[in-house]
Design a protein around this ligand. Sequence first.
Ligand SMILES: Cc1cc2nc3c(=O)[nH]c(=O)nc-3n(C[C@H](O)[C@H](O)[C@H](O)COP(=O)(O)O)c2cc1C
Length: 343
Amino acid sequence: MTDIDKPTLPVADNFSMWRMSVAPMMDWTDKHCRYLHRLLSRHALLYTEMVTTGALLHGDVARHLRFEPEEHPVALQLGGSEPADLAHGARLGEQWGYDEINLNCGCPSERVQRGAFGACLMNEASLVADCVKAMVDAVSVPVTVKHRIGIDKSESYEFMRDFVGTVADAGCQVFIVHARNAWLKGLSPKENREIPPLRYDVVARLKKEFPHLTIAVNGGIKTDAAVQEQLETVDGVMVGREAYHNPWWLASWDTLYYGDDSRRHNRENVEEQMVRYMEREASEHGSHWYSVARHMLGLRNGLAGARRWRQVWSDHRLKQLPPAEVMKLARTKPVQTSEALSI
Ligand SMILES: Cc1cc2nc3c(=O)[nH]c(=O)nc-3n(C[C@H](O)[C@H](O)[C@H](O)COP(=O)(O)O)c2cc1C
C-alpha cells in the first residue's frame, strides 16, 4: 500500500455496520482467523464461513457456532433454502450472540447446487423471500443476503433488480453484492471468483434505484483506492481474498474508514497476542496452535524475512513445541539464509 492509495475520508462516528467487512470464506474465516482480524480492526464486520442448516439441525452446534466475545461485530452466514430450517438456524445464531444473520445466495459450487441453495437461489426470488421472511420473523438482529449480479451469461440488470426488490419486500434491508455473475455450469467455485467479469456499475445502479437499502459491494477489491472509489457510490465494501492473504491491510482500516486511530499496534504485538490466544485455545478447547497459525501466515508480507517467518510458523516439525517457542524461532535470524531449520 502506498501513501497515494490512502483515502482521506471525513471523520464521523455513524458509519454503517457494513462499511468495511471481511467476506465469508469456507475453511478460511473460522473463529481463529476472525480473532486475528479483530485484533487488526476494531470496527470491520467479520463473517463466519457458511454454515448449512443441515449442519445446525444434525451436527455439533457448538462446534459450528462458538466464537469469542472479542469478535463482535460478527455475522453468521447460513446456507439453506427451507424457510423453517433457516428460521431455526437464525434463531440459534441470535441465541449464540451473532450480530447479523446472512443468507448465502452467491455460492456456485455443485455440492451447494445439489442442495438447491447458494447462487441458484437467485432463480427463485419468491422462495428467497419466504426464507428471509421466516428468518426476519424469528430474530431481531438484521437478516441480510449475499448474492451475485446474475446467473450464467445473462447480463440482465432487471433480473437482479427484481430479485432484490422481491427479497427487500420480505424484510431484508441489506444486500452484499458480489459484482460477478455465477456461472452454474462448467466453472469451479475458484474459477467463478475469477472468470465472470466484474461489473461494479451494476451495483452502483442498484444503490441508486434502492437508496433506502444498504448495499455493499464485493469482488476483486484489493486497494484503498479501490475501496474509496466504491464508497462513493455504495454503503460498504466487503473484502475477501486480499484480507486473508494480506491481513495487515486491516490494521489501517479503523483510521481510514472509521476515523478511529485509537488502536496502536505493530505486527510483533499482534503476533504476541495471537500466541496468547493459541495458549488459551489449547488449554480451554484443545485446539492446536497450528490450526490458528495457518491464518496469520501473511501477516509479515512485504517485510524483509517474511518468507522465513512464514516457513517457521508452518513447519510441521515444530508441532510439538509450545507456540511461544515457535514465535522465538520465527524471530531469530537464520545463520545463513539458505540454511534449513535444524530442530
Ligand atoms: C476459500 C474461499 C471460500 C469462500 N467461501 C464462501 C462462503 O462460504 N460463502 C460465501 O458467500 N462466499 C464464499 N466465498 C466467496 C467470498 O465471500 C467472496 O465473495 C469472493 O472471494 C470475492 O471477493 P474477493 O475478490 O474480495 O475475494 C469464498 C471465497 C474463497 C476464496
